[in-house]
Design a protein. Structure first.
Lengths: 385, 131
């Protein structure tokens, strides 16, 4: 891409390395690598070995102060009081109408200290929302995005690699935990979370500002993982594989499956939404009515039967009539079939039903399925084979 | 752009297709520049044999890992053959776009006029350098 465009985009601490080794694209105001080798190979490295992603473009905020729990319970939908120190929870942040401002990971690192990690695309909107809401509480919200690098290490070999690098038994760190950890001499928070469906972590590498020194530090950590990961068949991965792995895992992506017109109940992420909470969060009444009285639309997944690759915003048909619209689609590198997600009215289709996707005027059959779109015995964090 | 392959003997469309006339048939594919930009091609669909098209009519689509692109025929006429090998091996377009990765053959209905609207290798080279 031309330099006039990239000059106006934000760059992560790792930009120079990405530019040298990958293809750069514009994403949500950031110049990010879309691939380093090819998307399919990077995708399969995550499914079969280990891949690393630079996710330093995501917004990272520190929330501190005596009212931090009440404040967070006002703006997020999971049960903040149930979040233990060194724990993490997936949550959503809603508008007054119960539509979704954002989905996020919330980590608790102290009695009154939390980390909020959120989508790059929603950064400015969420920052403004929290700043406004925080006025009512004794709480401090600090944007630390440009002080910390964030690297996702994902795949069946990810924990063995991180164990070797930190000389720690990774069994100490269960899923959805967040602990300070020194990895190969670097101070980090090890967040045992991810967005691929595979085991692994998202590592917050501290003291990586956007100064030359910070960039060097972040790049040093990235190179160290690649060097130590060689024996684990590691690959650096770009945004292409990030999207294909999350789609295959059936995870929602903000701006596709989630937006301000869609509640987390409609998006079928009920684990992000709790009702026995105090105070009631913004949007509470709407999501409770969605839960109790039902929704007008619901998220489905599907696999193509006929040839064709679904993409977002393709009509979904049942018996020839349009019933909804796709929100994401692509090819599954594991099955080589087209897979996708979308919204239809509730109770119109069940798993196993045949629908049609209107792919640019061609009606192609697909089967409604559960997610993830892979065999849980062979792939994913809980694989047994 | 230095390593983009352009073949002197072919004609080119602004949609990054190449056209080769052999006897009374035109063979159509996508250029090296196009396959490079699309990267990993995962799926190709072309209108059926027997379909009659005017120049610039939509005639199928090419899917890569990241995006879907429509195909338009640069030459009007009747599709007489489609490269069915690409159904199972769409990556042939990445590997050999001017050879085994050809897309379809058309029996032209208005060849002279359609060819006149296309570019030669030099003009196409100038186009991609200006992009």
């Amino acid at each position: 891409m031309n330099s006039v465009l990239t000059d106006t985009l934000n760059r992560t601490q790792l930009y120079e390395w990405h530019k040298e080794h990958g293809d750069i694209v514009s994403f949500a105001g950031w110049a990010m690598p879309v691939r380093f080798s090819n998307i399919r190979e990077e995708h399969m490295a995550v499914r079969e070995a280990v891949g690393i992603f630079d996710v330093s473009n995501m917004l990272r905020m520190w929330i501190e102060g005596p009212d931090s729990i009440d404040f967070l319970q006002t703006v997020t939908t999971n049960n903040v009081r149930k979040l233990k120190i060194n724990g993490g929870q997936y949550s959503t942040c809603l508008n007054e109408n119960g539509g979704t401002f954002d989905d996020l990971m919330l980590y608790r690192i102290g009695e009154e200290e939390f980390i909020w990690v959120t989508n790059a695309a929603n950064g400015a909107k969420i920052w403004a929302h929290l700043e406004e809401q925080a006025k009512k509480f004794d709480v401090k919200v600090t944007d630390k995005t440009k002080e910390i690098a964030m690297i996702a290490v994902q795949g069946p070999n990810a924990l063995a690699l991180l164990g070797k690098m930190s000389e720690k038994d990774m069994d100490e760190f269960g899923r959805f935990t967040c602990n300070p950890l020194t990895i190969a001499g670097y101070d980090t928070f090890l967040c045992r979370t991810g967005y691929t469906g595979e085991a692994g972590a998202e590592v917050l590498v501290l003291n990586c500002s956007f100064s030359e020194e910070g960039k060097e530090r972040a790049t040093g950590f990235w190179k160290e993982i690649l060097a130590q990961g060689a024996e684990f068949d590691i690959k650096p991965c770009g945004l292409g594989a990030r999207d294909s792995t999350r789609l295959e895992a059936g995870f929602v992506l903000y701006g596709h499956e989630l937006d301000e017109e869609t509640s987390p109940i409609e998006a079928r992420i009920p684990y992000a939404v709790k009702f026995k909470v105090e105070p009631h969060y913004i949007g509470y009444d709407t999501v409770r009515s969605h839960k109790k009285e039902g929704v007008k639309k619901t998220r489905i997944g599907f696999v193509m039967i006929d040839r064709g690759i679904p993409r977002e915003k393709y009509p979904i048909l049942l018996n020839g009539s349009e019933i909804g619209m796709t929100t994401s689609g692509g090819i599954s590198p594991i099955s080589n079939k087209g897979i996708g997600m979308g919204y239809v009215p509730p109770d119109t289709v069940d798993v196993g039903d045949i629908i049609e996707i209107d792919i640019k005027g061609r009606h192609r059959r697909a089967e409604v399925t559960k997610w993830p779109f892979y065999d849980l015995e062979k792939y994913g964090e809980t694989r047994t084979a | 752009m230095g390593d983009t392959e352009i073949k002197d003997e072919l004609k080119y469309s602004a949609e990054h297709e190449w056209i080769k006339v052999e006897g009374d048939i035109a063979i159509i594919g996508i250029t090296d520049h196009a396959q490079n930009a699309l990267h990993e091609i995962t799926f190709v669909e072309i209108s059926e044999v027997g379909t009659v098209l005017k120049a610039n009519d939509e005639c199928g689509l090419v899917e890569s890992m990241k995006a879907s692109s429509d195909l338009f025929t640069p030459i009007g006429g009747e599709i007489v053959e489609v490269n069915t090998e690409l159904e199972d091996a769409p990556e042939k377009i990445n590997e050999d776009c001017y050879g085994e990765g050809w897309l379809f053959k058309i029996k032209p209905s208005n060849l002279e006029a359609d060819l006149a609207a296309l570019m030669d290798a030099n003009a196409y080279k100038a186009l991609i350098e200006s992009e």
